[in-house]
Design a protein around this ligand. Structure first.
Ligand code: 5SP
Ligand code: FE2
Length: 218
């Protein structure tokens, strides 16, 4: 089964609570929350306070994508605010194994994200420890960018590794997902799709959720 995680980055920030309740009702599986610090990526978004405010509005799994330097400093705060899954970028974690253990100590599921150019090898020796690998299919920092097709062979390779070593692994793809690119990433092996602008910039976001789920059933 392929899961859909709408990213609230493209929602109306003045009405986030309504946006979250809306996508839940439309049938989304998870909620993707993009946290940016203005250092690792050239944009600043939301912190634990917003996650805490949204938590009572939804039963969805809160999938928190931390695009921040020193993510280990914020794990407990995001977990306390209501995050169910915490994803850190391998590029900012020289002690990646330690950070994964720190995520698990909070009780959250553990994910590692890789930028489009970051080789898969960086997670080779921690694969069994992970609940999810997030493969970025745009350069992180902004919604509404175009899908980078070079990520497709990377998804296939990760799927191969996961089959042998971590068959329950969530393989999430984030960036430029729409009804044309969704079937391509699913075909390659993705099982969690993040979509921001395709959902929230659509004239009928519930229809966008339905279209994505349909196109993901390749
Ligand atoms: O992490 C990010 C961007 O850095 C994403 O989660 C975006 O929010 C996805 O937006 P679209 O590419 O779907 O518009
Ligand atoms: Fe994201």
């Amino acid at each position: 089964m392929v899961l859909l995680a709408p990213s609230i980055l493209s929602a109306d920030f003045s009405r986030l609570g309504e946006a979250v309740a809306y996508v839940e009702k439309a049938g989304a599986h998870w909620l993707h929350i993009d946290v940016m610090d203005g250092h690792f990526v050239p944009n600043i978004t939301i912190g634990p306070g917003v996650v805490k405010a949204l938590r009572p509005k939804s039963q969805l799994l809160f999938d928190v994508h931390l695009m921040v330097e020193r993510p280990e400093l914020y794990l407990r705060d995001f977990r306390a605010a209501g995050a169910d899954l915490l994803t850190v970028h391998a590029e900012v974690c020289p002690h990646l194994h330690r950070v994964i253990q720190a995520i698990k100590e909070t009780g959250a599921k553990a994910g590692v994200a890789l930028n489009p150019h970051t080789p898969l090898d960086i997670i080779k020796y921690v694969l069994e420890d992970l609940d999810m690998v997030l493969l970025m299919s745009v350069n992180p920092g902004f919604g509404g960018q175009s899908f980078i097709p070079n990520v497709l062979p990377k998804i296939s390779l990760l799927k191969e590794w996961a089959k042998e070593r971590n068959p329950e692994l969530y393989i999430q793809v984030d960036g430029g997902i729409n009804k044309e690119t969704a079937p391509l990433v699913v075909e390659a092996g993705a099982n969690v799709l993040v979509a921001g602008s395709f959902v929230f910039n659509h004239p009928n976001p519930a229809q966008a959720v339905a279209q994505l789920m349909e196109s993901a059933q390749t």
